[in-house]
Design a protein around this ligand. Structure first.
Ligand code: F0G
Length: 451
């Protein structure tokens, strides 16, 4: 029996096509916009025909205790809301998802909010949120008989794709900007056997080139223009809702790069509402680095109706993206939920990252924009102290150890960036100290760090 109940709908002109009819670059043949997966059967299911919300919630929770690989996946245990494969037996899973939701007591106290949480997507098998999308889209690639898959990446997508391709026995091609991705991520792509090309361009240049390549060779594109990626990436919304007993938090704050993730979470929360599983959507806010903020500019200058690409610069290399593909979908998620889009400086990112470190969690720099953004939203008084906030931490702290070490050594930021926040930075820095191998020397170090 086919589990496949979906079609693709263009977000620009509304054209509807079958999944297998998509062009290799996943752009609409009529208007050039991106597609979204939709499930026409759901529309018919109104009133008494609606899915039984209680039964689904029970089933999804029960699956966590099942020994089946598909049930143990935090993506596929929600498979009733992911009917994208002809057979779920084709799913390629590394037991992604089911990531922890941590309370952030120190940051909560400092910001005067009780209910502040981090949904740590860095706790996925390859250390980033990309795994939830990759299990979905790569499974489609395998089912459709592709031998090669490919992505352009700032590092995490390539690490994830290479791992899932290896599990599925497919070959993978990675295009990354030379010198602009963290070593941890590059090492993963190599370890999992990808053909890795470091191109003398930026992420946007890599994606442009790959879009051309997939039109010339039978290679399946796994960037987040691929709508199946977003189907997997919508499932953390389900997990968040489930963790709050299906009363969604007031705010979900997400980093913005190519803007697939914010789009996917928006879709996930929207579908829960449409199907009657939750009563409302959280406000979804997207935070960008100040040097890579095309969506902030688009919303400020053009009301989110057009986007002017920028030349991107930030040490948070994961979100060093100037021409984000999914900006229309992300703008919709922000606007329909009444969220905000703002940017944060290099120093604000570094400080927020160190603060998340002090919670015993850590994350990669791109993830820390969420806490930096929350501070700004609190300062603007748009988030009240009694509201519940979830920060989506997208990557593991070990992804970019160089950044962390440079921060603690004091070599990360330049004088201009540090100006005005020297004391905050000094209070967070914990440099490793070289000393004699004697007890008095170590005890003296303890004294120096008392309190
Ligand atoms: N955080 C991390 C750790 C990322 O790796 C990315 C994107 C983002 C946030 C932004 O998410 O693009 O969905 O808005 N990384 C991509 C990559 C671009 O190639 O790994 P987005």
């Amino acid at each position: 029996m086919s589990d496949n109940l979906h079609q693709l709908r263009c977000i620009g002109c509304g054209a509807q096509i079958k999944g297998a009819e998509a062009q290799p670059d996943f752009r609409c043949a009529v208007c050039g916009e991106l597609f979204e997966v939709e499930f026409p059967g759901w529309r018919a299911r109104k009133g008494p025909d609606r899915p039984n919300a209680g039964a689904l919630k029970w089933l999804w929770r029960e699956r966590r205790a099942s020994p089946e690989a598909l049930d143990q996946s935090g993506v596929w245990r929600f498979r009733e809301l992911l009917p994208i494969l002809d057979s779920f037996g084709d799913a390629v899973t590394l037991r992604e998802g089911n990531t922890p939701l941590y309370h952030l007591p120190r940051a909560a106290k400092a910001l005067g909010i009780d209910q502040l949480f981090a949904k740590h997507q860095g706790m996925n098998p390859t250390g980033s949120f990309k795994d939830t999308g990759m299990t979905a889209a790569l499974s489609v690639a395998r089912e459709r008989g592709f031998e090669w898959v490919a992505c352009a990446s700032t590092g995490n997508t390539s690490a994830s794709m290479a791992a899932y391709a290896a599990r599925a026995g497919l070959r993978s091609l990675v295009l990354i900007p030379d010198g602009k991705i963290a070593w941890g991520k590059l090492s993963q792509a190599m370890d999992y056997g990808a053909v890795t090309c470091q191109l003398k361009t930026d992420f946007d240049g890599c994606l442009r080139l790959l879009t051309q390549i997939v039109k010339e060779a039978p290679i399946y594109l796994l960037n987040s223009v691929n709508p199946y990626r977003l189907e997997g990436q919508k499932t953390p919304a389900f997990e968040i809702a489930e963790a709050f007993d299906w009363n969604v938090p007031d705010h979900v704050i997400v980093p913005g790069g190519n803007l697939g993730n914010s789009s996917a979470l928006g879709k996930g929360f929207r579908e829960l509402c449409e199907l009657g599983l939750t009563a409302r959507m959280p406000r979804i806010s997207v935070i960008q680095a100040a040097g890579a903020n095309p969506l902030v500019r688009s919303l400020e200058d053009k009301g989110g109706t057009a986007l002017e690409p920028v030349e991107a610069h930030t040490r948070a290399t994961a979100i060093r993206i100037g021409n984000p593909a999914s900006w229309r979908k992300a703008a919709r998620a922000i606007q329909e939920t009444g969220g905000w889009c703002l940017d944060v400086s290099e120093a604000e990112i570094a400080i927020a990252k160190a603060e998340i470190g002090t919670e015993g969690l850590g994350c990669e720099p791109a993830s820390a924009v969420t806490l930096a953004g929350l501070k700004k939203l609190r300062a603007r008084r748009v988030i009240a102290s009694g509201e519940t906030v979830v920060l989506v931490l997208t990557g593991h702290t070990l992804k970019d150890a160089d950044y962390t070490i440079d921060f603690h050594r004091g070599t990360l930021l330049n004088d201009e960036e540090r100006a005005g926040v020297e004391n905050e930075i000094a209070a967070l820095r914990r440099n490793a100290v070289v000393m004699e191998a004697t007890a008095p020397a170590v005890l003296a170090a303890l004294k120096g760090n008392a309190g």
